[in-house]
Design a protein around this ligand. Structure first.
Ligand code: MG
Length: 162
């Protein structure tokens, strides 16, 4: 049945030395990066999970298992391209994505537009359809101690077809 479907996504990765920091497909200069099997792009992962959720297609881990060597250090933008393919195959289209990064540092404000552009390109969308916001955790808890970076996202898709 056609109509609109909403999905939610959340991801968190630990910040450790020796790993790159990539958020929304944008490499950021920082003393630590996100520890992960892939490139650790928590923002792209949250968005991917929101899109899969809207389509009722399970989660990122089910589609791209972290035990699969094919996904070692893979660009998470590539995973978003794959997800866009799944959406298109099912005759659906993404209406919009909204997201929030939760991190104490580095400051991502100057990079948000670039993130929106790269995420949008991977999803065959316009940057206007992909919102990226950022907030700190007010120094509270593990995120507040900058032990990691988290991201939340929602996505709306329109499903056409019978
Ligand atoms: Mg992840």
């Amino acid at each position: 049945m056609g109509g609109y479907r909403v999905g939610i996504g959340y991801d968190i990765h630990r910040l450790e030395r020796g790993f790159p920091l990539v958020l929304g497909g944008v490499p950021l200069a920082h003393d630590r990066g996100l520890k992960a099997h892939s490139d650790g792009d928590a923002l792209a992962h949250a968005i991917g999970d929101a899109l899969l959720g809207a389509m009722g297609l399970g989660d990122l881990g089910a589609h791209f298992p972290d035990t699969d060597p094919a996904y070692r250090s893979v660009s998470s933008l590539h995973l978003l391209e794959r997800i866009q393919g799944l959406i298109q195959e099912r005759g659906a289209r993404v209406v919009n994505v909204d997201s929030t990064l939760i991190l104490e540092s580095p400051r991502v404000g100057p990079h948000v537009d670039e993130m929106r552009e790269r995420l949008a390109r991977a999803l065959s969308l316009n940057p206007e359809q992909v919102s990226v916001k950022a907030t700190t955790n007010e120094r509270l808890g593990a995120l507040g101690r900058a032990e990691g970076i988290a991201a939340m996202a929602v996505a709306l898709v329109e499903v056409t077809g019978a």
